[in-house]
Design a protein around this ligand. Structure first.
Ligand code: NOJ
Length: 565
């Protein structure tokens, strides 16, 4: 397998609004990040992915961009950004920026022009259509509830928006739009940026004619997903982007690709012709999602997690490359979702970290994950800031007449604001995040769960992540080894091996609060196994033939020799 730095890297995602506030306005900013660079260095990560810091009216917290070449006032200036890049590079850390080009803000000058008249030179930068029998051009529904169309009185036509009404979709069929995007990418690359995380990049090519979706709610994503996910010209557009904006730079590119199948991921990331380096797929994020109404919740199942994960590991082996994540700014906190955020918070956070970092693919750490930060349960919808959450509350209570308690229970489990409460730096007022009034409330557990506590405790989750990252650097098998699932039918234990030439690791993970017994499959050797990492103390002489696992226990061994026949 081809060796590259971005396969060997660990990426840390910063969602700047909630990372660290340097000027007391209650909003995180670039100078705040600069003040924490040594913290990131101590953790050992290689790359920072910075969520959008561009000028934005913040309808969708920066994912609605009104100027791609300017920094949002609340976050600082271009000089601050340059100082951040310099500080990162001085520490050997690369920086990738969010690239949000499926849509812009409705305040972007292109859209301001576009809506002025049908013959405006920017009209075709966006997707405008006539209504159909006095109604929207088609029946597509937005990810943030409601129709994907907004009627604009000025010209008597509708514009398309897959996300909020203030995020009009760009028209990628227009070559001028594409050239604007590539020029903007080169502008950042020339400034020294090391790559891009590409927002919903598999939505940029829509099926011509924008046909009606046959049945409402027939997909996990959005009823009309088949008409804009991995559309007919996606590979062509991304191939062009690679040739015009990326090929002459040494970058990391990761495409956010909701709904992607493994076959599509291979098309996008295969080492010969794939336009991207890796993708974020969503199949594991769907395991506890009831399709249909927004914020749908169901229980997830370990067997399904194994099936999904194993299929992605096997289908991409040697043919493509994946990212590994359980958290980001759009998802609930992983320890609350897949672990146990009460009695076994520390153990399960370490177990989940072991899981992610031992899979093939580039691991992503979302800010606060290294502290085991948890979901939050604010009592009132007024405490929530996220447009998707607020719109969903309105739709569920008003259109579907669900009661407040029921809807809040869904929000407590699934709201994106679970991940967006401020970083918990210490036990002081507002967790050391701001000296002012935070833009969103903190999770009240910051007095116990915070970075100062973690840095003072050698057994903390933070140092466990640090150890995992060091292991990755020292053991190519963790990066390049082939994955093989063991015990596929076990409902509590997730075990697998990773093999590179004659180096073989055994990963044993207890995903439950009980104490199941792990039995080593007969085909694997038990002679002098070497323990690489574990989240509980393990005796040196312990046999691995049979292990009674403790709640959420995780162990990784290097196996030696061959099993006796
Ligand atoms: C995915 C981003 O991660 C999310 O935060 C945003 O709301 C949508 N794309 C729209 O840009």
């Amino acid at each position: 397998m081809q060796k590259t730095w971005w396969k060997e890297s660990v990426v840390y995602q910063i969602w700047p609004r909630s990372f660290n506030d340097s000027n007391g306005d209650g909003v995180g900013d670039l100078r705040g990040i600069i003040a924490k660079l040594d913290y990131l260095k101590e953790l050992g990560i290689d790359v920072v992915w910075l969520s959008p810091v561009y000028q934005s009216p913040n309808d969708d917290m920066g994912y609605d961009i009104s100027n791609y070449r300017a920094i949002m006032d609340e976050f600082g200036t271009l000089e601050d950004w340059e100082a951040l890049l310099e500080g990162l590079h001085a520490r050997g850390i690369r920086l990738i920026m969010d690239l949000v080009v499926n849509h812009t803000s409705d305040e972007h000058p292109w859209f301001v022009e576009s809506r002025k008249s049908k013959d405006n030179p920017y009209r075709d930068y966006y997707i405008w259509r006539q209504g159909h029998a006095g109604r929207e051009p088609n029946n597509w529904r937005s990810f943030f509830t409601g129709s994907t169309w907004v009627y604009d009185e000025r010209t008597g036509e509708y514009f398309l928006h897959l996300f909020s009404t203030r995020q009009p979709d760009l028209n990628w069929e227009n070559p001028k739009v594409r050239q604007e995007v590539y020029a903007m990418m080169r502008w950042w690359l020339d400034k020294g940026v090391d790559g891009f995380r590409m927002d919903v990049i598999n939505m940029i090519s829509k099926v011509p004619g924008l046909p009606n979706a046959p049945i409402m709610f027939n997909s996990r994503y959005q009823p009309a997903g088949q008409y804009f996910l991995h559309g007919p010209r996606l590979l062509e557009f991304l191939g062009e982007m690679r040739a015009e904006a990326l090929d002459t730079y040494d970058t990391l590119t990761v495409g956010e690709t909701p709904g992607a199948t493994t076959a599509q991921a291979v098309e996008l990331t295969n080492p010969d012709s794939g336009p991207l380096d890796m993708v974020f797929h969503f199949e594991h994020m769907d395991l506890d999602t009831e399709p249909g109404l927004p914020l749908g919740v169901k229980e997830w199942d370990l067997l399904e997690l194994k099936q999904v994960t194993s299929r992605w590991q096997e289908d991409l082996e040697g043919r493509g490359w994946n990212s590994q994540y359980l958290s980001n700014h759009d998802q609930p906190r992983q320890v609350s979702r897949f672990g146990n955020d009460q009695q076994y918070r520390v153990e399960s956070a370490k177990m989940l970290a072991t899981f992610l970092h031992m899979l093939q693919g580039t691991p992503y750490i979302y800010q606060g994950e290294e502290l085991g930060m948890t979901n939050v349960a604010f009592p009132s919808i007024e405490d929530y800031r996220d447009i998707a959450t607020r719109n969903a509350y309105r739709e569920l209570t008003e259109e579907h007449a669900l009661d407040h308690e029921h809807v809040m229970a869904r929000i407590h489990r699934k709201s994106r604001d679970n991940a967006r409460t401020p970083m918990q730096w210490d036990a002081s007022e507002n967790a050391g995040f701001t000296s002012g009034t935070p833009w969103i409330k903190l999770n009240p557990n910051y007095r116990e769960i915070n970075a100062a506590q973690a840095l003072a405790d050698p057994n903390s989750i933070f140092y466990y992540y640090q150890a995992l990252i060091k292991l990755r650097k020292a053991n190519p098998v963790i990066v390049y080894g082939r994955y093989e699932l063991l015990l596929p039918d076990d409902r509590e234990i997730y075990a697998f091996t990773r093999t590179l030439d004659d180096d073989r690791l055994l990963v044993i993970l207890n995903f439950s609060a009980s104490t199941p017994t792990f039995e080593l499959p007969a085909a694997l050797p038990d002679t002098s196994p070497q323990l690489l990492i574990a989240n509980y103390a393990v005796e040196d002489s312990a046999s691995i033939r049979q292990i009674t696992l403790r709640p959420y226990e995780a162990r990784v061994y290097r196996l030696h020799g061959h099993a006796s026949p």
